[in-house]
Each structure stands twice: as C-alpha cells, then as structure tokens.
Design a binder for this molecule. Structure first.
Ligand code: URA
Ligand code: SF4
Length: 217
C-alpha cells in the first residue's frame, strides 16, 4: 500500500517538533547527564514501530537509537527478515541515557553503567512516545525487552508478563498488534537467545505480510 506524499509530509512536521522538544527537554534528571537526547528515527509512514528501553553510551554520543552493539544485532535481525531499517520507526521508552554516572563524574564516563530507567523517568518521558505513536499510527509495535513490553502492554490495557514467557506472542488490540521480543542486548551475552530472537523476528515478518495484505484487501 502506498501512502500519499502529503501524509508523509504532514506527519514529518509534528515529528520534527517532538524531536526539537526532546532535544531541549529538562523534564527529568536524565537531562543533566546526557550528551545528546535520542528522540528516535525512521519513516513517518512506518507500519512497524520498534520500541527499546533507552539510549546506551553510543546512542547518547550520536543522538541516534540503536547504533551500538545491541543496535548492530537489531540491524542483523531486520536484514534477516528483509526489513529495511529506514522503513520502520525506531525509538525508546526514555529518550536520554540512564546510567549510574552522576553529572560531576565525567572523568568516569567510560565506566558509567547503563541502568533501567526509574518509573519517574518513564512517566516524565511517556508523553513524547505517546505523541510519536499517535502521529505515526503504526499497525505493529515491536517491543524490545521487559521495560518497553510492560509499558506498551499496560498502556493498551493488556496484562503483561515476563519477557521470557511472552516473547514471540502477538497481542491484538484495536487495529494495533503488539509483538514483544527479547532485548537484543540480552542476546549479546547469551548465544541461545540470538536464535530465539531470529525465530521471533521471522514471526514478525509473517505478521507484517499479513497486516499488509489486510490493509490492501
Ligand atoms: N538499548 C536500547 O534499549 N535502546 C537503544 O537505543 C540502544 C540500546
Ligand atoms: Fe526529557 Fe525524557 Fe530526557 Fe527525561 S528522559 S529529560 S523526560 S527527554
């Protein structure tokens, strides 16, 4: 299905506005330690939106989502199912890196460890993701890892569960399908998880073909 160019333009403008707001946002303490905020990137007409947890070190340095080691694995998984990274929209639950580093410890930056965002940080940042979802209006939301899965399922009024139990399932709500996956960072440390993720991504590919057929027919 082709989307008229006018739709793409009308979505791009509000998306750019969100990007600008995120880049100067000070709604939570993560603004004090970030190098760059990471609003997200991809197609404003995306059928699939991929949602991770939050930027890591490389993402913080570049201001782009999933460009570090976990990102390379995500790219590999997308290539394996012939999805072009540019055709999806990739973002995170929180837009600034959550690490154990405090603002006056820049010398230790290299050693800073990523941590999960707190519920306060998630709540502060949620309006940006909600706006992105409203504008892009994806048909499939692929959540990576526990943090994103919990947030997205709860937001849609669905019961959530540990990612080790629910990865690879499809949840349907309204016209949106939610596809929880393991976080690619987890698969960097556990080789078997990579095979599980490959299999789950093949299901995502099937879901996408089915969704595309439904919207044509
Ligand atoms: N992990 C995430 O959850 N998001 C990124 O953008 C990079 C790593
Ligand atoms: Fe703002 Fe979100 Fe960054 Fe917090 S994490 S400063 S709410 S953009």
């Amino acid at each position: 299905m082709t989307t008229p160019a006018s739709t793409s333009i009308s979505r791009q403008i509000p998306l750019n506005e969100i990007n600008q707001k995120v880049q100067s946002c000070k709604e939570c303490h993560l603004s004090e330690t970030r190098t760059n905020a990471v609003p997200g990137e991809g197609s404003s007409n995306a059928t699939v939106m991929i949602v991770g947890e939050g930027p890591g070190r490389q993402e913080d340095l570049e201001g782009r989502p999933f460009v570090g080691r976990a990102g390379r694995l995500l790219d590999e998984l997308l290539v394996s199912i012939k999805i072009d990274r540019k055709s999806v929209y990739i973002t995170n639950i929180v837009k600034c890196r959550a690490s154990t580093r405090s603002s006056n410890e820049t010398a230790l930056q290299q050693q800073a460890r990523d941590r999960k965002p707190t519920s306060e940080e998630i709540t502060a940042c949620a309006p940006y993701l909600e706006e992105q979802m409203r504008i892009i209006d994806p048909q499939i939301i692929c959540t990576l890892g526990d943090t994103a899965t919990q947030f997205i399922l709860e937001k849609h009024g669905l019961k959530t569960g540990n990612i080790s139990k629910i990865h690879g399932r499809t949840y349907s709500t309204g016209r949106v399908k939610i596809a929880p996956m393991y976080h690619p960072a987890a698969a960097l440390y556990t080789a078997e998880l990579k095979d599980v993720m490959k299999k789950d991504f093949r299901r995502l590919s099937g879901l996408l073909s089915q969704t595309t057929l439904e919207s044509i027919g």
